[in-house]
Design a protein around this ligand. Structure first.
Ligand SMILES: Cc1cc2nc3c(=O)[nH]c(=O)nc-3n(C[C@H](O)[C@H](O)[C@H](O)COP(=O)(O)OP(=O)(O)OC[C@H]3O[C@@H](n4cnc5c(N)ncnc54)[C@H](O)[C@@H]3O)c2cc1C
Ligand SMILES: *[C@@H]1O[C@H](CO)[C@@H](O)[C@H](O)[C@H]1NC(C)=O
Ligand SMILES: *[C@@H]1O[C@H](CO)[C@@H](O)[C@H](O)[C@H]1NC(C)=O
Ligand SMILES: *[C@@H]1O[C@H](CO)[C@@H](O)[C@H](O)[C@H]1NC(C)=O
Ligand SMILES: *[C@@H]1O[C@H](CO)[C@@H](O)[C@H](O)[C@H]1NC(C)=O
Ligand SMILES: *[C@@H]1O[C@H](CO)[C@@H](O)[C@H](O)[C@H]1NC(C)=O
Ligand SMILES: *[C@@H]1O[C@H](CO)[C@@H](O)[C@H](O)[C@H]1NC(C)=O
Ligand SMILES: *[C@@H]1O[C@H](CO)[C@@H](O)[C@H](O)[C@H]1NC(C)=O
Ligand SMILES: *[C@@H]1O[C@H](CO)[C@@H](O)[C@H](O)[C@H]1NC(C)=O
Ligand SMILES: *[C@@H]1O[C@H](CO)[C@@H](O)[C@H](O)[C@H]1NC(C)=O
Ligand SMILES: *[C@@H]1O[C@H](CO)[C@@H](O)[C@H](O)[C@H]1NC(C)=O
Length: 630
């Protein structure tokens, strides 16, 4: 017997013949799973690495190693998956035919589509952060001149060897058991958006969750508790698809700004900030239930009362670490009106850089006030090619606020800006009836890729609200800008009460008022030593300036430096110990491994790129045996 009750039925669902489906019911692709008992018999049919058990190898097994599965074993595995196994062909392989000087029409199309994320997410192995993959097999015009790609060959580099094009939970279970039995690196890939390259790995078996698109909506009551509107989303659903579903039912779902980011993948598992976070908190705070496959291949549902430790860790502890999530149930909210503002400005002979920074100071002075009104703003400060500063408000979002209320609240700032001569003629302010419409108009799709690296920091309320430390922060921000980085910045908060939610979200998230990301980019033709110098400055010189002003704070694991020093504390604060215990309980052998994920310090990539970046195009080997669970 189910203990929940469906409050509203047919009227809320699309077709007149549609039957109410509770969001707590498994999707069809989840009903297609293997029971624990049947799973145990799989190992014998798939075979396993017999020598592995004897030798307890320090490194994962790679193509060419004696223990690597034979072609016949892969074929048998493919049969058990009903033919869903794909041998990796890098997306730009058509650019590397036998005649490399001939640019085929297919390669021309790939080159012109390379920045189009809607296109790139359809490829089983393409990732955004190709830098850490080794940048093998890029379309030639994107290939850095200092890498082997410029020599005209297409190699797999840090891409996995095989991908399971998943359409059922059973296939994920089989893949987990196969990778474990054969000691093969295991990767979970959804969209490939991860900035730290966490959805790739040389010689790996990857599960690709992109086709798990099922989604349902309902008003729910559970165990006597009123839940209200909720969505169940399959692991392959994009942010924009979740918004569409919520909009269809006149409710609001908490999601990010990037259109094709995977909502149930790295986004929510890593925390997930939203234009609505100042009002409702993070996406991880909305999760009611998670269905998943464990490192031993078991399919189960984790919630407050069942497997509560996994449920806790998967809400903020990071993707690719604890389990393969197959779906999540997320709480939704009533529809609200939303006002947004966009503008872009540039310094010039009539608007000096000095006055620009004064204008930013006037803005920062009001960060506390704006965030406490529930506002969120997302803006960039960039270098123009003519040496001037560009500043783009990529959308200031005022939820539950009318256009007149919004205008009134920003009037003092605007008049201060006017007095400084800030030329904001081109701005638009618009009120929308619902969040999804505001988001669609206010957040144009971003390009998939660039040659760059980033680092970031949370500036907490204690720093931003204090005039002395606020001035010091702005000085450090300006110093990093003048040294050559550009910025992506967010003014937001987490609402009162969010800190009391018992999930794995970094405590510093709850105090943030300014989330600042510094970015360095380079050209395909930039020489390697200069790229390395930029990359080192980011980690070794510039981010430390921000860290020094924000002791005890941290940063967002999904939008952080690939080399974040002391990342365990920066990404997880005092929750790291508890996260590590969950990891050791559920995945003691380290099947789920991602760069800078919980427990990843037990392993090491064998090679570095540009002198200091651990490469995903290298072997993964244990540094030490995991400590025992106390
Ligand atoms: C254009 C753009 C805009 C963004 N906007 C925001 C924003 O507004 N707010 C915000 O918080 N973040 C934002 N991000 C960051 C985003 O949350 C991360 O890049 C996130 O890792 C993407 O998750 P994914 O599943 O789409 O990507 P992937 O690269 O496929 O996966 C990311 C990580 O999650 C793991 N993973 C994926 N699916 C699963 C699964 N089903 N089970 C277990 N692990 C899984 C992967 O192994 C990997 O470690 C943005 C990123 C981009 C590129
Ligand atoms: C798996 O089987 C399918 C169907 O027979 C086939 O198309 C595919 O190429 C096979 N994959 C591999 C890696 O051989
Ligand atoms: C390679 O392509 C170039 C440009 O299209 C062409 O001129 C050349 O003849 C081709 N060479 C061969 C061996 O096909
Ligand atoms: C981006 O790719 C998608 C999916 O292939 C396609 O529908 C869209 O037209 C492309 N956009 C551009 C600007 O080419
Ligand atoms: C590319 O090829 C040239 C000539 O064969 C060689 O000298 C160079 O080392 C190669 N570059 C890389 C990065 O492999
Ligand atoms: C993945 O599987 C789906 C559904 O079976 C299929 O439509 C699609 O073509 C497959 N994708 C690839 C890249 O093989
Ligand atoms: C959503 O709101 C619109 C406008 O008020 C209404 O016409 C529509 O029936 C509502 N849809 C649902 C599913 O409640
Ligand atoms: C939690 O999950 C278990 C196992 O699936 C289920 O029996 C129980 O009803 C769920 N409880 C809640 C509150 O979601
Ligand atoms: C939105 O505003 C209304 C009216 O001011 C208020 O009653 C409601 O609580 C607000 N909603 C949220 C989520 O803050
Ligand atoms: C403000 O910050 C400065 C510099 O960090 C510090 O010395 C001072 O005590 C702070 N003031 C308050 C009221 O916290
Ligand atoms: C790195 O930083 C140092 C010190 O700020 C500076 O002198 C140097 O020019 C920077 N190098 C690059 C490539 O940005």
């Amino acid at each position: 017997m189910r203990s929940y009750h469906i409050l509203s039925i047919v009227s809320l669902l699309s077709g007149p013949t549609a039957r109410a489906t509770s969001v707590f019911d498994l999707f069809d692709f989840e009903k297609n799973h293997i029971s624990d008992e049947a799973l145990d018999s799989f190992v014998s049919t798939a075979g396993s690495c017999l020598t592995c058990a004897r030798r307890a190898p320090r490194c994962k097994t790679y193509p060419g190693d004696p223990d690597w599965p034979s072609d016949l074993t892969w074929k048998t595995f493919n049969t058990s998956l009903s033919g869903a196994l794909i041998a990796t062909i890098p997306e730009a392989a058509p650019c590397y035919g036998s005649n490399v000087s001939a640019i085929s029409p297919e390669c021309q199309f790939l080159t012109s589509s390379w920045d189009n994320s809607s296109f790139r997410v359809e490829d089983p192995t393409s990732i955004r952060a190709t830098l850490y993959q080794g940048q093998t097999c890029l379309p030639p015009s994107f290939a850095p001149s200092f890498l082997p790609t410029s020599n005209g060959s297409c190699t797999l580099g840090g891409y996995p060897s095989y991908t399971v094009n998943v359409t059922s939970v059973a296939q994920i279970q089989l893949a987990v058991r196969f990778a474990k039995a054969h000691n093969i690196r295991f990767v979970i890939k959804n969209t490939g958006h991860d900035f730290l390259g966490k959805s790739t790995g040389m010689g790996a078996l990857s599960v690709w969750t992109h086709r798990l698109k099922e989604k349902t909506f309902n008003f729910e009551r559970y165990d006597g508790e009123e839940i209200g509107p909720a969505l169940r989303l399959g692991a392959g659903v994009h942010v924009f698809e979740a918004y569409e579903l919520a909009q269809r039912h006149n409710v609001t779902v908490i999601g990010g700004e990037g259109k094709t980011v995977g909502i149930v993948g790295g986004y929510t598992q890593g925390g997930g900030h939203s234009p609505l976070s100042s009002l409702y908190g993070l996406s991880a705070d909305q999760v009611l239930s998670i269905s998943l496959v464990t490192a031993s291949g078991r399919f189960l549902t984790a919630n407050r009362t069942s497997h509560a430790d996994l449920f806790w860790a998967l809400r903020g502890g990071g993707g690719g670490t604890f389990a393969v999530v197959t779906s999540m149930v997320l709480k939704a909210h009533p529809q609200i009106k939303v006002t947004t503002m966009r503008y872009s400005i540039k310094t010039s002979p009539t608007f000096s850089q000095e006055n620009f920074w004064k204008a930013m100071a006037a803005y920062l002075d009001r960060f506390e006030e704006f965030a406490d009104k529930g506002y969120y703003s997302y803006f960039r400060i960039t270098h123009s090619s003519d040496g001037e500063i560009g500043h783009e408000m990529a959308s200031w979002v005022a939820p539950n606020t009318s256009i007149s209320e919004f205008r009134m609240s920003i009037a003092p700032l605007l008049s201060e800006w006017q007095a400084l001569g800030m030329p904001i003629e081109t701005f638009t302010i618009t009120e929308y009836d619902d969040f999804a419409s505001a988001w669609a108009a206010g957040f144009p799709q971003e390009p998939w890729t660039w040659n760059g690296r980033q680092a970031s920091r949370f500036f907490p309320r204690s720093v931003v609200a204090n005039a002395t430390s606020r001035a010091a922060s702005l000085a450090a921000i300006r110093a990093v800008f003048d040294a050559g980085a550009f910025f992506i910045m967010f003014n937001m908060r987490n609402p009162p009460g969010a800190a009391a939610i018992d999930n794995a979200v970094l405590p510093a998230w709850r105090d943030v008022l300014l989330f600042a990301i510094m970015v360095v980019t380079w050209k395909e033709t930039t020489p390697a030593p200069q790229v390395e110098a930029l990359s080192r400055n980011l980690t070794e010189v510039w981010n430390p300036m921000w860290r020094a002003l924000t002791p005890g704070s941290g940063t967002y694991l999904s939008e952080a430096d690939y080399l974040e020093p002391g990342w365990q504390e920066s990404f997880h604060g005092d929750k790291y110990g508890r996260l590590l215990r969950v990891k050791e309980k559920w995945d003691r052998e380290g099947l789920f491994w991602s760069h800078r994920a919980v427990g990843s310090e037990a392993w090491e990539e064998s090679e570095v790129l540009l002198g200091h970046l651990p490469s995903q195009n290298s072997r993964l080997c244990k540094r030490w045996e995991p400590t025992s669970i106390s």
